[in-house]
Design a protein around this ligand. Structure first.
Ligand SMILES: [Zn+2]
Length: 316
């Protein structure tokens, strides 16, 4: 009796739709790895179904750890073990190249230390980005790097800004290059100088979240008075620091004093500005107050402030 072998079947002959279904079950690191197997798999990984309007979220530590384990640098000819940041960069490059510029939101890891090259690498591969969430510290970014990235992100509409050290340059670059920019979440404290920078460079801002931070009373009055298109101002869990009305003492106001502060000082309160506040004295309010007394603890736990927001578009 003849022993018939089953016909040989090749991976690259697998139905395209089945490939897509299998790839949908993979995490981003495995997904990026399979795209390196062959040209037909790479083509499948570039399908719009994976990328249209995608949020690329590096805030998930398990994703960063997996990327560090899986990706070695192709450029490293020294024979040295590539560093974690080199591996993460390599992963980002491979993954974002697959997206063909279709990602709408990019979230860096909170603890990630980014430099100009990192920011520009992402910007070059996410030309249609609408929302950007920056990590805790942006101290390695330069004014030139920030401008170069914002030139590529002309459609950027929304940003979470975390570090005052580069905040002025970022706001200036957005004002210059991103005409549709309309919403900003600030997780560093807001003083008068930064309020003036917002007024100068982002005069068309519609939504401003100052949740869970310290805000200077004068800065608050400045933004409410001068950002004429501002529709929503979120001051939940925040504390306002400034002089008492008689100008004699510094005091801390709660978010519930904000209507009174703006009412006394605001010459354009036409009723169109919606104020968002919490109920007051909630767990988060107490944390913010404690954090600002214990500075180190505040710095270490700010990720919660970074992620959370009463405005749905700004939390993740
Ligand atoms: Zn609260």
């Amino acid at each position: 009796m003849e022993n018939k072998k089953p016909p040989m079947r090749y991976w690259n002959n697998m139905s395209y739709d089945i490939l897509l279904k299998i790839f949908m079950t993979l995490n981003m690191v495995d997904f990026t790895t399979v795209s390196l197997v062959c040209s037909s798999w790479r083509k499948a990984c570039q399908d719009s179904v994976f990328w249209d309007g995608k949020v690329f979220d590096l805030s998930d530590m398990s994703l960063c750890s997996a990327a560090n384990l899986s990706f070695a640098s192709n450029n490293d000819s020294s024979g040295d073990e590539p560093s974690n940041s080199t591996r993460l960069t390599q992963f980002l490059k491979c993954a974002l190249d697959l997206s063909c510029g279709k990602i709408s939101c990019f979230i860096f890891n909170f603890l990630q230390s980014i430099n100009d090259d990192d920011l520009i690498l992402v910007a070059e591969r996410t030309a249609n980005l609408k929302r950007l969430v920056l990590p805790r510290s942006n101290i390695q970014l330069s004014k030139t790097g920030v401008h170069k990235a914002m030139q590529l992100w002309k459609g950027l509409e929304s940003l979470t800004l975390t570090d005052i050290s580069i905040a002025y340059d970022i706001v200036e670059a957005i004002g210059e290059h991103c005409n549709n920019f309309s919403e900003l979440k600030v997780t560093c404290d807001l003083g008068v100088n930064f309020a003036n920078a917002l007024i100068k460079h982002l005069p068309k801002l519609k939504i401003l979240s100052l949740q869970s931070i310290l805000v200077s009373k004068n800065a608050l009055v400045l933004v409410a008075n001068n950002l004429k298109d501002l529709k929503i101002l979120n001051v939940s869990h925040s504390f306002i620091v400034g002089l008492t009305d008689d100008g004699t003492n510094m005091t801390i106001y709660s978010q519930h004093d904000v209507p009174k502060i703006l009412g006394n000082n605001n010459n354009n309160m036409s009723g169109i500005l919606t104020l968002i506040r919490c109920e007051g004295n909630c767990g988060m309010c107490l944390k913010v107050l404690q954090w600002n007394i214990c500075t180190e603890e505040w710095k270490n736990t700010k990720e919660e402030v970074w992620r959370d927001d009463k405005i749905a578009n700004l939390r993740f």
